[in-house]
Design a protein around this ligand. Structure first.
Ligand code: BGC
Length: 760
């Protein structure tokens, strides 16, 4: 009888929810009010609960614990579950067996593509192409939604300047401005204009906040920085995602000001909601709630209460909110209003996604069959990959290669399908990725001979190799001695005209919990490179990496270096496209490549200090430098070569005095002086010479990617206003200050033309 009344009420609530195109905040308030009014406390806490579906397979669902919890209304969403069939099965339990029939969210780490995998985010950022990046998120959303997923834990926008940190691979590099532009593009790509469409998904910006500044580059470690630095440098990408309408935010693992982010009220409520106006929901990271016990912040009950009171809405995996908040409510530690607010935000996301209208909106078997890993998406992934590669060196135009003679393909990453997609590619079909060997063979066809040898294992230490190739990405360790493996490769290489050496990191040598203190190419692979150089044949280093590596020796000794990151499912074809010049490389680095790990953290937008080096010097006593290595990077931020060359003219300013509320335009003529068509990323930097807080020596404030035919010139103009010259002062007010500025335009952060103007 009682159930009958509830059922009627729920039907009334849901039947009035037909217009799913409404996404404005408050559009569903009344419906959510009615729903909240009939929910028990337990059911409300259930909405805040996000367990992992783990290794669920079809058929086990109903007998599992999670299925029982769903039936009791104790689950708000699930993640780590793949295929329409499995997802439909779970959704069915929620909407047919639970009392209130509230549909579930289905989340997944769709980080750089779904089954059609794009380059790792750090690589993708090197395209500097916002339309392209947005489209990768669009395609990822299309494929994921065709497979039942309605929520992705992406974009990851943690700024990082420390290549020791493995998760540097998951973000967009070191720069605030570029990182913010990419954050917006990704959110737009995932969410589109209408979240309730069946091919758009809810985005979750992460990890809020400052996770990329963990001390010593050690994952999950403490971060500590000034508010002024947070606001000027680390916060803007998260805020950009919020401004772009991101529907959810993930709290980070680290602490901030001594309080774990997961329960940091200043961070989650004062800044995110009150200052930035975020009105979606906040989810913890994986066991982020219970990890606060180890942080030394209390037992499960108290950390859960702190988290809710701070503004956290959903608990990933810990079940602290589900199991302890009722007691905390009884004890007066939290209020029912706080629980209602969290529950409301999660329900609102479900309304926005159109799940109340049709809980199976994303469960279309036909779409799953026809819209995933399609020829079209794979062709797109191939072209994206080629645009993420960065040509680091090309002495005597070793590249592009010709499709003739004999090409030796050597190295542990040369025939390594499972490693091509890199870290965080959970939905990928690892073994179906295109390898370098396959890509090159296909490209040359009958015109050239391709010979292959592995040449070395990934690492001399089998334990490190295993850690770097986890999750089904083993490189099938060769049991022979390093000498024997290498000698075989040298023998084969001697018979070739050119050697392509595919070396670097294994796919899991970067990513979560993959910090390194030594960021060289592993020694056994360096030994291979040395032996290959000794053959006297030209060597092309095709570098696989998820982070900046220390390439001082390689840069000094190897004639050509193409950094291909982890290019995704089509990597091998894309590598062939660039090596043979069918695509002219145009990627530019978004992180500084240091000479030595001891220089980290390292980034171009540093402060001048009171004791900078004099121009042209690399060591001066009592100046800010090192005894043993210069302050220079091997490759600076923004750097990347092309098979053609670009020349920059002098800068032209439309005025040298800019009024505070006016604007200024700087123009430069860029000419392709080489013999091929190519794309160039023209970069604009400024320096504010004097400020009430000191300003960086250079800050990126704009960029344009242009394509030029041989001998073609284009005038590139940037217009900026007071806003681009503004910054957060010591008291956190935001504004520009009058005085002199330098403006720089160039093809990287080091080599740029310079001019001066004054803000009046
Ligand atoms: C990671 C997140 C990820 C989550 C769910 C965590 O370990 O830090 O980035 O979204 O797991 O898989």
């Amino acid at each position: 009888m009682k159930y009958g009344i509830y059922f009627l009420l729920v039907c009334i609530v849901f039947s009035s929810c037909t217009n799913q195109s409404k996404t404005a905040s408050n559009a569903y308030d009344k419906k959510i009010d009615s729903l909240l009014s009939i929910m028990t406390l337990e059911e409300k806490l259930g909405q805040l609960n996000l367990p992992t579906a783990g290794q669920f397979t079809t058929g086990q669902a109903e007998s599992s614990d999670i299925a029982k919890k769903i039936e009791k209304g104790l689950v708000g969403g699930l993640f780590n579950i793949k295929t329409v069939k499995s997802i439909r099965e779970m959704q069915q339990i929620a909407v047919e067996k639970s009392r209130l029939k509230i549909p579930l969210l289905f989340g997944m780490d769709v980080i750089h593509g779904y089954e059609s995998v794009f380059p790792i985010p750090l690589g993708l950022s090197c395209s500097w192409d916002m339309e392209l990046i947005e489209k990768t998120a669009r395609v990822a959303a299309q494929e994921a939604s065709a497979d039942g997923i309605n929520w992705t834990f992406s974009p990851m926008v943690d700024l990082s300047r420390d290549a020791r940190w493995g998760r540097i691979s998951e973000g967009s590099g070191e720069d605030t401005y570029l990182g913010s532009e990419i954050a917006k593009a990704m959110v737009r790509g995932y969410q589109g204009d209408d979240l309730s469409a069946n091919n758009t998904i809810l985005s979750c910006v992460k990890h809020y906040a400052l996770y990329g500044a963990s001390e010593a580059g050690r994952d999950y470690n403490t971060t500590d920085m000034s508010r002024h630095r947070m606001y000027n440098e680390y916060f803007p990408p998260y805020k950009a995602a919020v401004d772009a309408g991101v529907g959810s935010v993930m709290a980070s693992f680290n602490e901030i000001d001594g309080i774990p982010a997961t329960a940091n009220k200043w961070l989650l409520t004062d800044v995110l909601r009150d200052e930035w106006g975020f009105n979606g929901f906040i989810v913890s990271d994986y066991t982020g709630v219970s990890e606060m016990i180890d942080h030394g912040y209390g037992d499960l009950q108290s950390v859960s209460a702190h988290a809710l009171a701070a503004g956290l809405d959903m608990d990933m995996v810990s079940e602290g909110l589900l199991t302890t908040l009722a007691q905390s409510l009884k004890e007066g530690k939290i209020t029912e209003a706080q629980i209602n607010a969290a529950c409301r935000r999660i329900l609102k996301a479900k309304f926005d996604l159109g799940l109340f209208d049709d809980p199976y909106r994303y469960c279309d078997e036909e779409r799953a069959k026809t819209e995933i890993f399609t020829t079209e998406n794979r062709a797109f992934a191939r072209s994206v990959a080629a645009q993420s590669f960065v040509l680091l060196k090309n002495q005597n135009n070793v590249l592009p290669l010709q499709k003739k003679g004999t090409i030796a393909v050597v190295g542990p990453l040369a025939d390594a399908a499972t490693n091509m997609t890199g870290t965080w590619s959970v939905a990928a079909r690892f073994s179906e990725s295109v390898t370098v060997l396959e890509g090159l063979k296909k490209a040359v066809g009958e015109n050239a001979k391709v010979v292959y040898a592995k040449g070395s294992n990934l690492h001399d230490d089998p334990a490190i190799e295993e850690r770097g190739t986890m999750f089904g990405k083993s490189l099938n360790r060769d049991p022979r001695s390093a000498n024997a493996i290498r000698e075989e490769a040298v023998r084969i290489a001697r018979s070739a005209d050119v050697i392509v050496a595919a070396v670097g990191e294994g796919a899991e040598m970067s990513g979560e919990a993959s910090s390194r203190v030594n960021i060289d190419i592993p020694q056994t692979q360096r030994d291979l490179l040395k032996a290959l150089l000794e053959t006297g044949k030209p060597v092309v280093l095709v570098l696989f990496t998820g982070r900046p590596l220390t390439l001082k020796w390689e840069n000094e000794n190897i004639p050509a270096i193409l950094n291909v990151w982890f290019g995704g499912s089509e990597a091998g074809d894309a590598i062939a496209d660039v090596l043979f010049g069918d695509v002219n490389p145009s990627g530019k680095l978004t992180t500084t490549f240091p000479q030595h790990v001891g220089q980290l953290p390292m980034y171009y937008s540093q402060k001048n200090t009171g004791r900078p080096l004099a121009d042209g010097q690399w060591f001066q006593k009592f100046r800010s430098n090192y005894l043993d290595v210069s302050n220079d990077p091997v490759y600076p931020f923004g750097y990347g070569l092309s098979y053609t060359e670009f020349q920059y003219g002098e800068l032209k300013l439309d005025k040298t005095e800019m009024p505070m509320s006016g604007s200024l335009t700087v123009s430069v003529e860029v000419t392709n002086t080489g013999s091929r068509e190519g794309a160039e990323v023209v970069q604009l930097y400024i320096r504010d010479l004097v400020g009430s807080v000191t300003r960086p020596v250079k800050e990126l404030k704009g960029f344009q990617k242009i394509t030029l035919k041989p001998d073609e010139s284009k005038t590139v103009s940037f217009t900026f206003t007071e806003k681009e010259l503004s910054f957060y002062r010591a008291d956190l007010t935001f504004g520009a200050e009058p005085g002199k500025f330098h403006v720089f335009v160039g093809g990287n952060s080091r080599d740029a033309k310079q001019a001066e103007f004054e803000l009046k």
